[in-house]
Design a protein around this ligand. Structure first.
Ligand SMILES: Nc1nc2c(ncn2[C@@H]2O[C@H](COP(=O)(O)OP(=O)(O)O)[C@@H](O)[C@H]2O)c(=O)[nH]1
Ligand SMILES: [Mg+2]
Length: 407
């Protein structure tokens, strides 16, 4: 990404402190939207591998330290088999065997978007060395997320309930998998329900899987991603397709706020909050692209986008169109120019390219015109802020759609 940015933008600092920062700074709405991108995560391991392959370098850039995900559970439950699905390098694969107690030490490998740890069996059984159980628990304590695996063909036995309670006391985010589902002859739902009762958790929290066939393994990844905001934020920051969506949300939010500000008469002050909203938007778009910029750098950047006179010209053009009320034109121009600025920032951080002034004019004019059209169809009476916001959001999602289909 660095190479794409013109040299004067080396002042942009890659976000090394961790995507948690990005996550924390994102507005609530955006965080919700990001969480909903979880629904777009791949539903199969092949898709996940592709995603991880593409995200991996960016994740390193965005996340200071990769999150640690430990696979824990009773002996012989299939932990090492699951671990091997996540390990990226074949040489780091764990030994798997039907002989209980094959894994004696915890071991760690790079899973791309997180580090994965395989552990020895941790259930309380008298023929298992207490030492190995301790090693497993220690690994669990050091992890950020636990994937707890049970064997569906045996069901959850009392010593395993005890293990689960111990793990729960660690207070870590946890994904529970019921493995070897391929061996189950009965209905899967019934087996899951029974395990849920034994573990005292809702059955929806249990992921049935077969580490042997690979079925359901991707669901474990999706669950891990949903528990760890940093992973989602890193994915969002790393993957162009999510970036686009995220920027879209940020732009729509800023444009609707700009519209509301512009239609509210604030003598002397109307210009200042608008600038603040646009600056915040540009800074957030920078963050989505894994760059952290200062306020003054954002202002400089905005100035170089060259939107200065656009607003005034647009105001005159729109005012001539059969005379919509002044507040409507003001709101539409504010939304349109903010949108153009948002696209300019997104293009800049994504590709290091400056949008041509013709493109900026086209974006702001189209958005403003469409918004005036929508507002006029509601009548010339002033509307509540929430209505304006809604209209701006709808206008922008139409606009994005038209953009996409015209590409
Ligand atoms: N049928 C079936 N066997 C599995 C599955 N996962 C693991 N196994 C087998 O269970 C045994 C123990 O697996 P392993 O991964 O070493 O378990 P660990 O002790 O929890 O690490 C091996 O023989 C695996 O091939 C599964 O989903 N289905
Ligand atoms: Mg093992």
């Amino acid at each position: 990404m660095d190479e794409n940015l013109p040299s004067k933008d080396r002042s942009l600092i890659p976000l090394g402190e961790g995507a948690q920062r990005i996550w924390d700074d994102l507005p609530n709405e955006l965080r919700e939207k990001m969480s909903s991108t979880l629904d777009q995560l791949p539903g199969d391991m092949k898709g996940w591998r592709r995603l991880i392959d593409r995200a991996v370098d960016h994740v390193r850039l965005v996340v200071g330290r990769k999150r640690i995900v430990a696979i824990v559970g009773p002996i012989n439950a299939g932990k090492s088999t699951l671990y091997n699905h996540f390990v990226r390098s074949k040489t780091e694969r764990a030994r798997v065997s039907a002989v209980p107690g094959t894994t004696r030490e915890a071991q760690q490998a790079d899973a791309g978007i997180f580090m994965v740890v395989d552990t020895p069996g941790a259930d309380v059984k008298k023929d298992i060395a207490a030492e190995e159980r301790l090693k497993a628990l220690r690994a669990a304590m050091q992890a950020d997320v636990l994937v707890v695996i049970f064997d569906a063909s045996h069901g959850v036995l009392p010593p395993q309930q005890e293990l689960f309670d111990n793990l729960r006391e660690l207070g870590k985010p946890m994904v529970v998998g019921l493995n070897k589902i391929d061996l189950v002859r009965r209905e899967v739902g019934e087996v899951v329900n029974r395990a849920a009762v034994a573990l005292n958790i809702p059955s929806e929290e249990i992921v049935p899987l077969s580490a042997l066939t690979g079925k359901g393994v991707e669901k474990i990844l999706t669950s891990v991603a949903s528990l760890e905001p940093e992973i989602v934020a890193a994915l969002g920051a790393a993957l162009p397709e999510y970036r686009g969506d995220l920027c879209q949300v940020v732009i729509a939010r800023a444009a609707s706020t700009a519209a509301v500000i512009a239609m509210t008469p604030l003598p002397f002050l109307d210009f200042i909050p608008l600038v603040a909203v646009q600056t915040a938007m540009v800074m957030t778009i920078a963050r989505i692209h894994a760059y952290k910029i200062t306020l003054s750098r954002a202002r400089e950047l905005i100035a170089t986008f060259g939107l200065g006179f656009l607003g005034r010209t647009l105001f005159h053009e729109l005012s001539k169109l059969g005379g919509p009320p002044g507040w409507m034109v003001a709101a539409a121009v504010a939304a349109g120019t903010t949108t153009a600025m948002g696209y300019a920032a997104a293009t800049w951080f994504e590709r290091g390219e400056r949008l041509q002034s013709e493109a900026l004019r086209r974006i702001s004019r189209r958005v403003s015109e469409q918004l005036v059209g929508r507002l006029r169809s509601l009548g010339s009476r002033r509307r509540r802020k929430s209505v304006i916001r809604e209209q701006v959001t709808d206008t922008l999602s139409d606009f994005a759609q038209q953009n996409r289909s015209s590409e």
